[in-house]
Design a protein around this ligand. Structure first.
Ligand code: PLP
Length: 418
């Protein structure tokens, strides 16, 4: 890590990896298989970070590796249409029929940034409404009261974002329909899009109230703004068809990432055909990418989505619920204020007695206890997200045995941490 610190800011290539939210040094990973990773000293961890979400089949999934080997043998990148793009897009649209057309990009940041540009192009409006604690990647417009590493490091806004641009981003508390209604009444005719993480995963895991997303749908339509679901985390995780299928709420545009690439760099934005027809070269809104639709990345996505059948998804979801239920049990027995929740293969917990409904709620949880718990868990071979403000992920490789072992170790970790 000393050499890494000399080469990279904070020793890392993405901030939360540096363990700033929990203190101490990150481990340096050597390999992964199934539900487990090993560090360079051969310590073994049951992994609930899973590369921050993509690895829904677990590490080094044989079907993904086989697809990569097959594809790799024919070359790695061409920058000209390839059949794998069509195959992956077809799998996406089968699961999310409202994503009528899409554009593949290489990161979630690119997807949200492009979707915002498209929303502005389509509506001829400037303003963006987002929610406190939601993270939509690191494009300038979204780095206002953002979640994930921004929340972990306690940064309100990032320097380097021009004030004039930040002024175009309005924010409201998650789950607060009254606040959204007020903003829409005041600025509605200038708002291009409402962006939301349908389940927040970047301020810890926060579920929406049943009426929240339907209300956003109604308010966006009423005021002529587009509703954008950022399903970079929730897509193919909270349900096979993502949060739109989970809640039966249809957004105008959707952004995808993580699972869609099965551990390789793939993301996408897509939605209504009339909107997507505005994207170049079909239309005037410019967006491009040298490595977009890269065959290796497409192959990993195809293998992942193909293997993630509804039955496989249901199994992971059931085991995720078992994990969360086990955690609740442990905390109750040890008398620790605790709240936890899950949807599909995503979960989260806070050291706080009452349910968390907003980023403001999340901030009242006991972060010091989380830090001690995180390290006690890591010492016992359970790798949780190194921040109180990140969701956890499960994979098809996390079986009952791994969950049982995890709960044993976390029980012990909580006894030490409290
Ligand atoms: N949107 C959401 C909801 C995310 O969780 C993330 C990353 O965690 C992003 C966008 C940005 O994706 P990427 O890190 O691939 O740029």
């Amino acid at each position: 890590m000393a050499l890494a610190r000399d080469l990279f800011p904070g020793g890392v290539n993405s901030p939360v990896r540096a363990f700033g939210g929990v203190g101490g040094e990150p481990f340096v990973v050597a390999r992964g298989e199934g539900a487990r990773t090993w560090d360079v000293d051969d310590n073994e961890y049951i992994d609930y970070v899973l590369s921050w979400g993509p690895l829904v089949l677990g590490h080094a999934s044989p079907v993904v590796l086989d697809a990569l080997r097959d594809t790799m043998a024919r070359g790695t990148s061409f920058g000209i249409p390839n059949g794998l793009e069509v195959a992956l897009a077809t799998l996406v649209r089968q699961r999310m029929p409202h994503v009528e057309m899409m554009r593949f990009v290489s990161s979630g940041t690119e997807a949200t940034m492009s979707a915002l540009r498209l929303a502005r192009a389509a509506t001829g409006r400037d303003l963006l409404l987002k929610f406190d604690g939601c993270y939509h990647g690191h494009a300038d417009s979204f780095l206002v009261r953002a979640g994930s590493g921004v929340a972990t490091l306690g940064l309100p806004n990032s320097p380097g974002v021009p004030e004039a641009l930040a002024a175009l981003t309005l924010t409201a508390p998650f789950n607060d329909i009254g606040a959204v209604d007020a903003i829409m009444r005041q600025h509605g005719e200038r708002i291009a899009a409402i962006f939301v993480e349908p389940f927040v995963g970047n301020a810890g895991f926060i579920a929406p109230h049943a009426e929240f997303l339907p209300a956003l749908r109604r308010l966006a339509t009423e005021h002529g703004a587009l509703l954008v679901f950022d399903e970079v985390m929730t897509g193919f995780r909270v349900a096979p068809g993502g949060a739109a299928a989970y809640f039966h709420v249809v957004p105008d545009l959707t952004t995808l990432g993580k699972v869609i690439g099965g551990g390789l760099p793939v993301a996408a934005y897509g939605g209504r055909r009339d909107l997507m027809q505005l994207v170049a070269p079909a239309g005037p809104m410019y967006q491009a990418g040298t490595l977009s639709g890269n065959p290796l990345a497409m192959a990993a996505g195809i293998a992942t989505l193909t293997a993630l059948t509804p039955a496989v998804h249901a199994g992971i979801a059931q085991r995720t619920r078992a994990l969360v239920e086990g955690l609740r049990h442990i905390a109750a027995r040890r008398g620790v204020p605790f709240t936890a929740d899950s949807a599909g293969s995503m979960f989260g917990f806070f050291f706080r007695a009452e349910p968390v409904r907003s980023y403001a709620d999340a901030r009242t949880a006991d972060v010091e206890l989380f830090r001690r718990f995180f390290h006690a868990a890591l010492d016992r071979g359970v790798y949780l997200a190194p921040s109180a403000f990140e969701a956890g992920f499960m994979s098809a490789a996390h079986g009952d045995a791994e969950i049982g072992l995890t709960l044993e170790r976390l029980d012990d970790a909580l006894a030490v941490a409290r």
